[in-house]
Design a binder for this molecule. Sequence first.
Ligand code: NI
Length: 386
Amino acid sequence: MWEDLKKDVEALSGRLVAWRRELHRHPEIAHKEEWTSAYVRDHFKKLGLPAKSLAGTGLRAVLKGRPGGKTVALRTDMDALPLQEEGGKKFRSLNPGAAHACGHDGHMAVLMAAAELLAKRKERFKGNVVFICQPAEELPPGGAQLMIKAGALEGVGAIFGLHLWQGLPTGTVGIVKGPMMAQSDNFRITVKGGGGHGSMPQATVDPILTAAELVVNLQSIVSRNVDPLKPAVLSFGTIHGGTVYNIIPNEVKLSGTVRLFDPKIQTLMKKRLREIVEGTCAAFKAAADFEYEEGYPPLVNDPASVDFVLAVVEKALGEENIIAVDPVMGGEDFAYYLQEVPGAFFFLGAGDGTKYPHHHPAFDIDEKALPPAAFLMTALALEYLK
Ligand code: NI
């Protein structure tokens, strides 16, 4: 099936890799995707698809097939991560402090390829394909909500998106019916003590000792308060305090992330975090500032859309490339699109020969995943509009 499409994807694969590498060389962090946006816009323009700017650096381009029919959206994210790239790539980041360490460079290249392949076939289908290129997937509250508010989903009947996935063999597809990615919240704590000389602790309220107790005590929420059959994570990402070895500082700041699926667990997390922060600080005579911020909601795939994706994967890539996966505790603002319209998000394996996980400074994808990804996105649109 789709023999001509297969041939076209093959013919395009060299340029697909070149696009990905060019995007990789020019990473830009959330809401600053200006070079990136211009690069992708230019490609749409060459295809005769004028792209509208939404949500700052975001783009929405519409490919019109024959009149009538439905409208399907394909989405990519565009942002890189605020970290210094490591490793020996020939197409290393030219922007200090920014790197495509999650694969969004690949997502954009895949969408550019799908746009080209679909534009070539626009006489063959009825309806429209909307290409959504959003800023700031990595930085909650994220770009998806802004894109939706600006009208990105206008007239859209279904939406599909993918994440190239280092943890899966190249070219395989992992998808979950219903909840697939977690609610992703964060919290910040400032422990306020009273500083002084390290040799005279009796004259201080030590925020470092208090913070150390807090880190330990808060782990009891997941181990003692949450139903063991319900997934939940609480991890600290930062702890900062003090300047030199012999001064007890005035305060220590901590921050962390909370992941879960069930809204009841979220309510419990918020309540227990506050209680333990206040209780622990009170026990050590320190004061506390505590903030809890809700992030992306759980990503919930529409079951019928998952069946549709699986049927297309089977035809396009073969049944042997469908891999059973469990939900992950990572967050993804594609969740917001799925609250508005039916659709599905899936992982496309890009892990063969790679060593480093997503968000590692030396992260890389297996570029052999790009052609099957482009093939699949194109096939999803064509099948949906059939
Ligand atoms: Ni990502």
